[in-house]
Design a protein around this ligand. Structure first.
Ligand code: FES
Length: 374
């Protein structure tokens, strides 16, 4: 549609070659070309206005309108496809490996990226081909603007709003608003990644009476004599590995895939041997160690980083994430850093064959301390 249809007085004057700076809120006396000495180069003025094809041909104008609307509709469709791709290309775990991450990332990135790109292209095409097209002269002037200028700015804004056709071109406006609204859908769908809620699963681990403590590198069950004073071993329950049963038979690993990863995240422990005289047992836990061997959760009680920075001389255990420090001679009490409570201790004993085993599960939840609140 041609801009003349707006009956914009500024535009009418411009078309008639009667541009006047005062029309745009400027004082003629201050116009640069009002003083020939101050303006050594003659003002070339505006080149002749050339109407765009969409200004003079209604057919082209309608086509441009449809093109812009199609871009916005395609963007909306891509937002919906993002949601579909989120469910279709859901990554999974095979064994201990994540699979399908590439397809998921590529499809989510492509659909969301293209949706935003098409909305941008649609807005640019709308402005280039269909919004008002006339040249303006703007003179520099002092700030702040006078009340009159501000009034004129408002009038210009209203004129711009009229010229953009935001109220009149309902097809474009509604398709653009629709595509912008659908762009919010991916954010809603992604909320699913925050769930499901863990319920009471965080309160228990796979440790139970009689489960052997296994070196997590060699997968061999530990005996007290395997540990020297000052030594720290990272360990896990035997049920994570293929192991020997009570009658010498081979018992397969009890967990695999996602379940194994989840349980590992809770059950990982560190086993340390110190001189029994160094240790001040917490009241009620006097029999939780074996001749100076104690076992604590490896999951930091601050926000859950795995800990095993062991200062052998000071008997302190450091978390690499925010430097929480735990004194293993004193019930893994926090001596420094943001952690709010001691590391949970796993009670130990020795089984009939001389291996170190758990006496029970932890008596409190492992990991960040907010879980057990309330
Ligand atoms: S996670 Fe260990 S100090 Fe923050």
């Amino acid at each position: 549609m041609s801009p003349d249809k707006f009956h914009d007085p500024d535009f009418e004057r411009h078309k008639a070659g009667k541009d006047n700076p005062e029309d745009y809120g400027h004082d003629l006396d201050r116009a640069p070309d009002s003083d020939p000495d101050a303006e050594p180069i003659p003002n070339p003025g505006l080149p002749e206005h050339t109407p765009r094809p969409t200004d003079v041909d209604e057919r082209l104008e309608r086509r441009a309108e449809r093109q812009v609307a199609m871009l916005f509709l395609a963007a909306g469709l891509l937002s919906v496809l993002f949601c579909v791709a989120y469910f279709v290309f859901e990554p999974g775990i095979e064994g201990e490996t994540f699979v399908g991450m590439g397809a998921s990332n590529a499809s989510l990135g492509l659909t969301l990226g293209l949706a935003m790109l098409l909305i941008g292209i649609g807005a640019i095409q709308w402005a280039r081909k269909l919004m008002g097209d006339h040249e303006l002269i703007e003179y520099r002037h002092g700030a702040p603007s006078s009340a009159e200028d501000r009034e004129e700015a408002l009038a210009a804004f209203r004129a711009g709003s009229r010229e953009s056709g935001f109220g009149r071109r309902k097809l474009i406006r509604n398709s653009m608003l629709g595509s912008l609204a659908l762009l919010g859908l991916p954010a809603v769908v992604l909320l699913r990644d925050l769930g499901p809620l863990p319920g009471r699963k965080l309160e228990h681990t796979v440790w139970k009476r009689g489960v052997r403590v296994v070196n997590d590198v060699t997968a061999l069950p530990l005996r007290p004599e395997d540990l020297r004073i000052g030594q720290l071993v990272n360990a896990e329950p035997a049920s994570f590995f293929e192991h020997e049963g009570p009658d010498g038979e081979t018992v397969p690993a009890e967990y695999e895939g996602t379940e194994l990863i989840i349980e590992k995240g809770k059950a990982a422990v560190i086993v340390v041997r110190m001189s029994p005289e160094e240790i001040t047992p917490v009241s009620g836990r006097e029999n939780w160690g074996i001749d100076g061997i104690v076992c604590y959760s490896k999951i930091c009680t601050h926000v859950g980083c795995p800990i095993s920075l062991w200062e052998q001389q000071t008997r302190l255990l450091l978390c690499p994430c925010h430097q929480s420090t735990f004194d293993l001679t004193d019930g893994a009490r926090v001596t420094f850093g943001p952690a709010a409570r001691a590391l949970p201790q796993l009670p130990l004993m020795v089984d009939e064959e001389g291996y170190i085993v758990a006496m029970s599960d932890f008596e409190e939840p492992v990991g960040p301390s907010y879980w057990e609140r309330g």
